[in-house]
Design a protein around this ligand. Structure first.
Ligand code: NAD
Length: 353
């Protein structure tokens, strides 16, 4: 098997927690170059991962031009995804990009066109697709175990936004960098997950978004600045196949670290997916005639335990298992986010493109 050489751009939280260790752990990936505008962070990661100074860059264009980089891994804040992915396409290099893929649908459409024109591979890091309970649920639903699906409801809650936590005005609260708040940060995952497990697309949405803390202290201590994105988003959605779906997304839920609960109700059975009910635990319950209409835990088969970055390596090699999101899936997700923002702003149902 040929090793795929990865250049990684944006070396912050998700990179240090998931991307870089995942690349190191994947059997067909090799980390060969790093890029971050923060030189201190770049130097720390270079030391940690043994990357030589001549393969460390502060400008992503230099990383993309590096002959020892085959594919580009992008985990910068949202406002830079598009230009880095476009530059990868222009260089004929495949890429993986964090969510939300771009700042709006227009950028997303142009990235899809550039990806197709360049003929490169792409993957969007919708990380919860790699949770075993989600993958098992998807197969159970595809096998017909639940029968016709009527309802999906999902809560995705974190607690770090609460005023009492005194979080500064980090980029996630700034529209020009993040595009949206809880919606693009957490909601895009929840929306993708419901689509991933049911295999159905969204047709229309309505939404209620709001900002709870409107002013936060600036990270450099020089005063305060306005929050111009949503702190919570409540979404109603219609999906193909007659599914009605509801999502509650918030960063203002005390005691919640990265809590997800998704309920899927079919004619014959219902599933409840849980993440982080107990720290780090991913669980699946089923309710059906055979369980006496009671919710009982399911044992998740070993085959559903996978690594996102190994899946990235497989996808880049042309050996994806059909469970990864490519840029076309990311574009649909971006259109959905824009439809939700419009539905909230105009207080009406909006059709999803
Ligand atoms: N898939 C997931 O579950 C998940 C989880 C967390 C974050 N994310 C996404 O990952 C991305 C990064 O989030 P994070 O929490 O790691 O952010 P972060 O702020 O911790 O890290 C971002 C890094 O990018 C660097 N950066 C900024 N502009 C750059 C540029 N032009 N060139 C190179 N480096 C640049 C910053 O210096 C920083 O080191 C976001 O898009 C976010 O939505 C995804």
């Amino acid at each position: 098997m040929a090793v795929i050489r990865v250049g990684s751009v944006g070396l912050g939280g998700i990179s240090g927690g998931v991307h870089l260790p995942g690349i190191r752990g994947a059997d067909n990936l090799e980390l060969t170059a790093l890029c971050d505008i923060n030189e201190k962070r770049l130097a720390e990661r270079a030391e940690q991962y043994g990357i030589a100074a001549d393969h460390c860059f502060t400008d992503y264009r230099d990383l993309i031009a590096c002959p020892d980089v085959d594919v580009v891994d992008i985990s910068t804040p949202n406002n830079v995804h598009w230009e880095i992915a476009m530059a990868a396409c222009a260089a004929g290099k495949s890429y993986g990009v964090e969510k939300p893929i771009t700042m709006d649908s227009e950028q997303a459409d142009s990235l899809l066109a550039a990806t197709e024109k360049a003929g490169v591979k792409s993957m969007v890091y919708f990380s919860y697709r790699y949770q075993p309970a989600a993958r098992y649920a998807r197969d159970l639903i595809a096998s017909g175990r639940l029968g016709k699906i009527h309802h999906v409801s999902m809560q995705y809650y974190q607690g770090w936004g609460l005023e009492s936590k005194n979080c500064p005005l980090v980029w996630r609260f700034v529209q020009s960098v993040a595009a949206s708040g809880a919606l693009g940060d957490l909601g895009c995952h929840g929306l993708d997950l419901a689509q991933f497990v049911t295999g159905q697309q969204y047709t229309r949405v309505s939404a209620h978004l709001g900002t709870i803390v409107k002013e936060r202290r600036l990270p450099d201590g020089s005063g305060t600045g306005p929050v111009d994105v949503d702190d919570f988003s409540n979404i109603l959605a219609a999906m193909d196949g007659g599914i009605s779906a509801a999502f509650q997304i918030s960063r203002f839920c005390r005691g919640r670290g990265n809590y997800q609960r998704m309920e899927i109700y079919g004619d014959n059975a219902a599933l409840v997916y849980h993440l982080d009910r107990e720290p780090g635990k991913n669980e699946l319950e089923i309710c059906e005639e055979a369980t006496g209409d009671k919710y009982v835990p399911m044992e998740i088969p070993q085959q559903y335990f996978v690594s996102q970055m190994q899946c990235f390596g497989n996808e880049m090699e042309g050996n994806g298992d059909g469970c990864n999101a490519d840029i076309a899936v990311g574009v649909k997700n971006q259109h959905l986010l824009d439809a939700i923002l419009r539905a909230d702003a105009e207080a009406r149902w909006v059709d999803v493109q």
